[in-house]
Design a protein around this ligand. Sequence first.
Ligand code: HEC
Length: 98
Amino acid sequence: MPVRRVVIGICMALAAFRAGAAEAPPGASSCLGCHTASAAVETPVPPLTGLPAPRTAEAMRAFRSGQRPGTIMPRLAKGFSDDEIAALAAWYETQPAP
Ligand code: HEC
């Protein structure tokens, strides 16, 4: 029956979408407001997508400790634990760079 086939198709598409998108850790999407994932957006804020995880994690910890200066990130980084930073960094590394 065609209707049944359509329903199965939609379910499979949703499952595939969730597999790719559902793993974003807490707080990860909030970064994308400033750190764009699109090459079409012109901004001085560097993209996080595709950045090696150690680099993202190290930068976040340096902002948090005050070791690295910044306008926004030192304040923002204070809200993240080591585990949360590790999860964010690992996830961004797997996302396609703009
Ligand atoms: C309100 C805008 C804004 C948001 C939201 C934001 N950032 Fe940033 N980010 C910046 C700016 C601006 C810089 C440059 C340093 C500075 O001035 O603080 C930066 C720099 C960075 C850097 C250093 C990049 C490099 O190439 O050295 C990292 C890593 C980073 N942000 C991670 C994050 C993460 C992870 C989040 C989400 C939890 C996030 N940022 C959310 C604005 C933002």
